[in-house]
Design a protein around this ligand. Sequence first.
Ligand code: BEZ
Ligand code: FE
Length: 282
Amino acid sequence: MRNLTESNITEATLARFADTPDPRLRQVMSALIRHLHGFIRELEPTEEEWFEAIQFLTDIGQSCSDVRQEAILWSDTMGASILVEAINHRRPEGASESTVLGPFYRQGAPEFEHSGDISGDTEGDSVLLRGQVLNLWGEPLAGACLDVWQTAPNGLYEVQDETQPEFNLRGRFYTDERGNFELRTVAPVSYPIPTDGPVGKLLNATAVHPYRPAHIHFIVSAQGYQPLVTQLFTEGDEYLQSDAVFGVKDSLVVEYRPSTGNERYRVDHDFVLVPQTRGDQS
Ligand code: BEZ
Ligand code: FE
């Protein structure tokens, strides 16, 4: 292939990768080349603009560390994460809805007893969150795990904030024999996703705000069921309509009701899991 021009470079590039042995990778390469070339043909970038695009990708990579995942942030703010999530979780009627994982999940959160408090010494409005984990037929799932994480009232996850102890506001809970769980925490707040990196710069340049509505994250899992990655959002939050990462679904918005007990608020919510299909079990 020589003397390639604007009119035949796309065909030539497609031909170069046409014999990729793995069929899925072949499909990926074909779509990538067609869309990338289409993007360039539509925009006709100057060389300076193209270098800026390369620099943006470089900055994304260089911003990543053990506690910072700028690539996920980019995917989230572009609506890409929620699109992939929607395609992969076409859930049956009655199942809990899932939403984005986000970049702040940490494995290995401490295990708590029923009704344990993940907030430690964190000051804030105390909350008792209770519910059941059920299957699609309303049967309670005993021994289901709820892996929970959230920010402190200063809007920071413990990995972003040296003043918080390790694993603060993170915990794993297990349902009892009737599928019940109960946990204590402090009320979450709305917070901006990190804006000190290339994604923040992009949001600033596009006049898009970086806020997420107040939420608590969950991964709910039980043997024989598909793990549910989800969040519970606070009713009345001003960012429910404009979540920076497009994660809000009506069924995941919960009311913080004043409590008659020792805590300030009470929240009730059940999670409904979908059985694993044969393919998932392998
Ligand atoms: C989060 O909720 O933790 C989150 C999700 C997407 C991007 C940034 C943060
Ligand atoms: Fe979050």
